[in-house]
Design a protein around this ligand. Structure first.
Ligand SMILES: NC(=O)c1ccc[n+]([C@@H]2O[C@H](COP(=O)([O-])OP(=O)(O)OC[C@H]3O[C@@H](n4cnc5c(N)ncnc54)[C@H](OP(=O)(O)O)[C@@H]3O)[C@@H](O)[C@H]2O)c1
Length: 418
């Protein structure tokens, strides 16, 4: 009869974990924590509005009587600056653990599951070695002869390891890639921005769905992580024998690419794809919306350059860059795009906040980079994990939910139940 604590319960990953815990009748009590109220209501769920930025002593007062065998930590505060992200997100985690140590709740704890992500491998910095495997060294100190920016996942993992060593419990760290999912009032996800781009493209004259990213990006292989599958993974990892004190990649288990997804998106949203999408003539009218920026990092693959025999190879030495014929962040500011969105919003009573808070910058990065991110699932599979989700189905299901929630316009018959 275990109980669980979920922090960040209103976010994309946390909300899915709460729903999956509710599907598991063995969990008798689920404590959910966040500053706002969660959308999930159930007799087994007890929510506390708690600010994890408070001091451990202050937090301990709000956590009186709250203890569990399993903790799922999904609280997250986005920061543009890497130093600040490490400071803020490190503090969220360390104060929370200290608060549980003060109340004595850690005595009951068996496993603490922390959600991190594939940025663990520096996929946001440049080309990494692929597939990404958990034994790859963290990009810290002067690994490979380069200085690497701070990474808040390393800060959090160090905090977690030290705390587990102090207590009598085990830690797990999950590394999902771009998460496909939905959480109410949270518009910061790839599916929302993609869905809005497609819906407005349909409403523009010609209904053409032009790929805003670069041609290399269109053809590279990638992996994604469904929020549902990630939740199932977290529940599995909490109790799987031998899984404790480990980091795990968590991806859907298929390999996908925009060369396959784009035609599916066009069909779903009723658009056509231009015959020669990467001909500059196709994006002639979007010259002001192009982006070409070099990132000031080394490619993470450079750490392996000598072993791989590519020390002076352009694959290793070329500066990573973001290149987009149509940068979604600039596209979303265009007058014709705004007018099309306003018409859709009026006709279907859509949520303006979804447009205002859509993470266009996330799309700029995901579609503008010239490298893919494919992670191996071997480590978890060797321990018995057999979960799988089809990436397109995860997108399609999420678009159905976004339609139901009035974030993107309806395009026809909904296929999935939520
Ligand atoms: N989303 C993705 O595509 C993605 C991909 C890979 C990895 N990840 C990683 O997954 C982890 C979880 O991110 P997410 O995407 O699930 O985040 P999210 O959707 O932005 O949710 C963040 C959660 O944290 C809570 N929170 C924020 N500040 C808080 C505070 N001061 N006190 C208490 N609760 C607070 C928020 O609730 P309130 O605002 O109500 O407090 C919300 O429930 C992060 O490490 C992220 O980097 C995410």
């Amino acid at each position: 009869m275990p109980s669980a604590i979920v922090t960040g319960a209103t976010g994309i990953t946390g909300n899915a974990i709460v729903r999956h815990l509710l599907k598991d009748s063995s969990y008798t009590k689920i404590y959910t924590l966040s500053r706002s109220q969660p959308s999930v209501q159930d007799a087994r769920v007890e929510h506390a509005c708690l600010d994890l930025q408070a001091s451990a002593e202050e937090m301990a007062k709000g956590l009186a009587g709250v203890s569990a065998e399993y903790i799922y930590f999904c609280a997250y505060l986005a920061r543009d600056n890497e130093d600040e992200a490490a400071r803020v997100n490190g503090a969220l985690l360390s104060s929370f653990i200290k608060a549980l140590e003060i109340t004595g709740a850690t005595k009951k704890l068996k496993r603490f599951v922390l959600t991190c992500g594939l940025k663990h491998y520096g996929v946001h910095l440049g080309l990494p070695k692929q597939p990404l495997v958990e034994s790859d060294p963290p990009l810290e100190d002067s690994l490979g002869g380069h200085q690497w920016p701070p990474n808040f996942y390393y800060t959090q993992q160090n905090i977690l390891r030290e705390a587990a060593a102090r207590g009598n419990w085990e830690w797990i760290c999950t590394l999902p890639n771009d998460v496909i999912g939905f959480a109410k009032h949270n518009f910061m996800n790839e599916a929302t921005a993609l869905g809005l781009y497609c819906a407005v493209s349909k409403a523009l004259p010609g209904s053409q769905l032009i790929y805003p990213g670069n041609k290399v990006n269109y053809f590279i292989n990638n992996c994604w992580t469904s929020a549902e599958l990630h939740a199932q993974f977290c529940l599995w990892a909490a109790t799987a024998p031998g899984a404790g004190n480990n980091i795990f990649n968590v991806t859907n288990g298929d390999t996908q690419s925009f060369q396959s997804l784009w035609p599916l998106l066009a069909e779903r949203f009723g658009c056509t794809i231009p015959e020669n999408m990467f001909d500059p003539a196709t994006t002639e009218g979007y010259k002001d919306e192009a982006t070409n920026v070099e990132l000031k990092n080394n490619n993470p693959i450079s750490v392996h350059a000598k072993t791989m025999g590519i020390a002076d190879d352009p694959v290793n030495s070329r500066s990573p860059a973001l290149r987009l014929p149509i940068d979604p962040q600039k596209w979303a500011q265009r007058k014709d795009v705004h007018e099309a969105w306003n018409k859709l919003k009026g006709k279907y009573n859509l949520d303006q906040a979804a447009w205002d808070k859509a993470t266009w910058g996330f799309l700029t990065f995901v579609l503008g980079r010239e490298w893919g991110c494919v992670a191996s699932m071997s480590k978890a599979r060797k321990l018995g994990w057999s979960g799988y989700e089809d990436t397109w189905e995860a997108f399609d299901r999420t678009f159905d939910i976004l339609e139901k929630e009035g974030i993107i316009p309806p395009v026809g018959q909904l296929k999935y139940d939520y």
